[in-house]
Design a protein around this ligand. Structure first.
Ligand code: IPM
Ligand code: MG
Length: 376
């Protein structure tokens, strides 16, 4: 099968990690006989500085027409739009809102031989198997709804308002997504129970009360999955204290944004954290880290988050198209990452090793070739 993949490497270290993900996809092509037609587009802060636009005309339409989208990272501190937004965010939001990618799926899994970063970053407190949960973040409303503005009086900014919008439709579909995801998983590592935690602030906000009420309605249709509730503040400390009790958590947009950066600490840092932006029709996959301009061009950052984003893309596309080969490839890519981590010879600086970004990418690509031969 041939699939068209739109590639948006973006800014800073985005192009470096994207190169490694493409290396891994090339191994997948060779090993599994699939083909990925790559359609690269420049996008982000650099492109804006050079051209005055955040991405080329037609790039959005091409992303929409592609079978899937991979994004590196967008944004540079010096590239700011006249309205104060960072250039490149329009690309991210253009895709999330334009393609209605309502579920932002962010797995947190601590792989063997990776140290979480809660203490000094190099002590292993949890058995890796104890951190394996997914935060599903609503991705099209909440505090990200473009209902904001200023009150200017006499040229003075006197008031700024951001309104947080929670709708029944937005809540319902993302909560259902979380329950459907829970059906495909092994349950919480601590007790193997399938559980979807509703994370909100329903003790205070009206939107969260609606979110929780809709959660209860949806949950009623999934009697085999345990209901669980947490206020966002308490959730964050429970998550750090006992990550093994979580399986899937579902929450509104900005709570999810904040919670997933914290969660990344439990899996070895942002260099390990991947995410998928998924809607009914389209999917865009990205590492959750930013463009890290201070590391750009040095070939030092960890490409694993980007590689795992590509892995999520294979899994999503495989399920969507009923393509077992892609599902097998997704499994092999994850095992390739695991094997490189377990061997511990090619680790980037954030994981305590001296390897370069490109070395780590090549090691994973080679492991894909090796493991695919053994794959049934
Ligand atoms: C993320 C990022 C974005 C967000 C930024 C870059 C707008 O933090 O994907 O988590 O807030 O969604
Ligand atoms: Mg974020």
């Amino acid at each position: 099968m041939a699939y068209t993949i739109a590639l948006l490497p973006g800014d800073g270290t985005g192009p470096e990690v994207m190169r490694e993900a493409v290396k891994v996809l090339t191994s997948v092509e060779d090993a599994f006989g699939v083909s990925f037609d790559r359609e690269p587009y420049p996008a982000g802060g650099r492109y804006y500085l050079d051209t005055g636009a955040e991405w080329p005309d037609g790039a959005y339409e091409s992303c929409k027409a592609a079978d899937a989208i991979l994004l590196g990272a967008v944004g540079l501190p010096e590239a700011v739009l006249p309205n104060g937004d960072l250039a490149g965010i329009g690309v991210l939001f253009g895709l999330r809102f334009g393609l209605d990618l309502y579920a932002n799926v962010r797995p947190t899994k601590l792989y063997p031989n990776v140290r979480h970063k809660v203490h000094d970053g190099f002590k292993q407190v949890w058995d890796p198997g104890k951190v394996d949960f997914v935060i599903v973040r609503e991705n099209t409303e909440g505090l990200y709804t473009p209902t904001r503005g200023y009150l200017d009086r006499g040229g003075v900014k006197e008031l700024a308002i951001d309104s947080r919008v929670i709708t029944r439709k937005g809540a319902e579909r993302v909560i259902r997504f979380a329950f459907e995801l829970a059906k495909t998983r092994k349950g919480a590592p601590g007790d193997a129970e399938h559980r979807v935690t509703c994370v909100d602030k329903s003790n205070v906000t009206a939107g969260c009360r609606l979110f929780r009420a809709v959660y209860d309605e949806v949950a009623a249709g999934y009697p085999a999955i345990r209901r669980d509730y947490a206020y966002i503040d308490a959730f964050l400390q429970w998550l750090v204290r006992s990550p093994e009790s979580y399986d899937v958590a579902v929450t509104s947009n900005m709570f999810g944004d904040i919670a997933t950066d914290l969660a990344a600490v439990l899996q070895g840092g942002l260099g390990m954290a991947a995410g998928g932006n998924v809607g009914a029709e389209h999917g865009m996959f990205e590492p959750i880290h930013g463009s890290a301009p201070k590391h750009a061009g040095k070939d030092v950052v960890n490409p694993i988050a980007m590689v795992l984003a590509a892995q999520m893309m294979l899994d999503w596309l495989g399920r969507k198209r009923g393509d077992r080969t892609l599902l097998q490839a997704a499994d092999v890519v994850e095992r390739a990452v695991e094997s490189v981590l377990a061997e511990g010879r090619v680790l980037t600086y954030d994981l305590g090793g001296p390897a370069k970004c490109s070395d780590a990418g090549s090691a994973i690509a080679n492991a894909v070739t090796r493991l695919a031969k053994k794959s049934p």
